[in-house]
Design a protein around this ligand. Structure first.
Ligand code: B12
Ligand code: SF4
Length: 454
């Protein structure tokens, strides 16, 4: 039996075959491959760097759907179905919008695949596919099978999971919605096995809140120490008040930490329910602590809450430059379906795109299915600033943060505090970021389907 795995791109600009984004080995499909018995023949397409060919013979296509890629996923699903293939959809968007995904699929997987995927494949082979499979949250004992990717040219960094979910309940967060504000730490032995087996010595530990379970994180860092690795991970600013954790992190090879500042405004933090940041009285001190531990910070900021205006964007930009953050993201708020933010904006009648209030097939206001929507647009009405002005301000903040003058200043600070590894990486990460600010902007979600073979 032949299976086709597809990682869809968000869309492509007219005349372009590829999309500018960080192209890392997608862990999701390596996990699915390891759960697939050898008697299934597996082909893989990464739509971000190659053209998907829906005409190649296959019995089933399995697509991982994110909100930004939903339109393209559904269009792909239609093409594959026209050729007689069955369609199985999974991933964050399919998990949060299973009824919508079900309109385009023979089966939808809600949640994690480990516990149900072998059964699903048996059902597929036996021609008795069910409409929905509910996967319990958590891990199996498999390691990702990276042979799936052959010699595709991905960034030389390995992705490894150390846990799933997050105990926090930020209003805008798809992770907290999917995992219902619970954290599921992974068995340390399995993590170490993946770290040792990986192709590269540089890692991105993909958890959204790496230190959600402090004891688990400490044990992991202690056992990583002898491996001599370098890694980047994601966590909360609260790590800055825990010297023991920071030291263990650094000794285990941590170079870069992505930290969600979100907003410097207390009213905004309250509105988004970012309680972990609200409890920290001195953010500047947290940053100094993290830097003093030799860690480089990737700060992320989000704008579009009620107290936001051009002033709060400027304040965040100045903060990021003043502290010499290694890198930073200035994003507008995005109401992902299934989150409390989406529900609230819907209730308040504030969702909408340039074509009005697009209604999805199930009656919801589905900006992600709107033909007119472009990556980088604000699909709701913020209170303190016009949507297009906000989108522009985020874009301008990225540009200014990466201006030659700021790059030199931040580069010098990174050199002063960082190891020999983090400094060349600073340029490798930031130079393209500065150049690519406009590349993804205005990409129409899902369009350019004509590039696919008929
Ligand atoms: C690494 C990462 C990236 C990397 C690249 C990832 C890659 N594919 O190469 C980079 C940094 C480039 C990236 C970019 C973006 N990302 Co990202 N990313 C992640 C992150 C941190 C880890 C993904 C991962 O590897 N997980 C581990 C795998 C094993 O888990 P999984 O994908 O959930 O898969 C399991 C199940 O869901 C299920 N499953 C998933 N798909 C399918 C499909 C089928 C058929 C089946 C049966 C099962 C199944 O099976 C798996 C095993 O149980 C996630 C958050 C997270 N922790 O997952 C965000 C996340 C997926 N990203 C997100 C977003 C928004 C983006 C961006 C749009 C950000 C931006 N503004 O530009 C871009 C665009 C991505 C694109 N599609 O082009 C959101 C998606 C939210 C949503 N509602 O769709 C997430 C959830 C982050 C968040 N906090 O909200 N990302
Ligand atoms: S702390 Fe981060 S991962 Fe956790 S709910 Fe908030 S935004 Fe999501």
């Amino acid at each position: 039996m032949r299976l086709t795995f597809v990682l869809p791109a968000i869309g492509k600009k007219p005349g372009q075959k590829y999309i500018g984004t960080w192209k890392m080995e997608p862990l999701t499909f390596a996990v699915l491959k390891s759960l697939t018995p050898d008697r299934f023949e597996v082909r893989f397409f990464d739509d971000r760097l190659e053209l998907v060919d829906p005409t190649l013979p296959t019995d089933a296509v399995l697509i991982s759907v994110e909100t930004y890629t939903a339109r393209r996923s559904y269009a792909l699903a239609r093409r594959f179905r026209e050729q007689g293939a069955r369609v199985i959809l999974g991933g964050y968007h399919a998990s949060l919008m299973p009824d919508e995904a079900g309109l385009h699929a023979d089966a939808v997987v809600v949640g994690n695949a480990e516990a149900i995927f072998p059964e699903l494949l048996e059902d597929l082979a036996g021609n008795r596919l069910q409409a929905r499979y509910q996967g319990p949250a958590g891990f199996g004992r498999v390691s990702p099978d990276l042979s799936l990717y052959g010699n595709r040219r991905y960034l030389p960094v390995s992705l490894v999971e150390t846990g799933r979910g997050c105990p926090q309940a930020c209003e805008f967060c798809a992770i907290s919605a999917c995992y219902r504000s619970r954290y599921h730490p992974r068995e340390v032995a399995g993590i170490l096995r993946d770290l040792k087996q990986s192709r590269y010595r540089r890692f991105f530990l993909v958890d959204d809140n790496l230190c959600a379970d402090r004891e688990h994180a400490l044990e992991l860092f202690r056992r990583m120490e002898p491996l001599g690795l370098q890694w980047a991970g994601q966590g909360t600013l609260a790590m800055g008040q825990d010297p023991e954790l920071l030291q263990a992190m650094k000794r285990s090879g941590c170079e870069i930490l992505l930290v969600g500042f979100e907003s410097l405004n207390q009213a905004n933090l309250r509105q988004m329910g970012k309680s972990v940041n609200l409890q920290l009285s001195d953010r500047d001190q947290m940053v100094r602590n993290l830097h003093a531990a030799g860690l480089n910070l990737y700060g992320t900021f989000v704008f579009g809450y009620d107290a936001d205006d051009l002033g709060t964007v400027r304040e965040a930009l100045d903060f990021a430059v003043r502290h010499g953050l290694y890198t930073a993201a200035f994003n507008h708020l995005l109401p992902f379906p299934g989150t409390r933010l989406h529900e609230r904006l819907l209730r308040e009648g504030r969702l909408g795109t340039r074509s009005g209030f697009p209604t999805g097939p199930l009656g919801s206001q589905a900006w992600w299915l709107d033909r007119s929507y472009r990556y980088g647009e604000v699909p709701f009405r913020p209170r303190g600033i016009e949507g297009p002005t906000l989108a522009r301000a985020c874009r301008d903040a990225r540009k200014e943060f990466n201006s030659p003058q700021n790059l030199l200043r931040r580069g010098a600070l990174a050199l002063k505090r960082g190891s020999l590894v983090a400094w060349p990486l600073f340029w490798a990460m930031n130079l393209p970021l500065g150049r690519e600010v406009d590349q993804k902007m205005d990409v129409p979600l899902g369009e350019n389907l004509d590039e696919w073979p008929k």
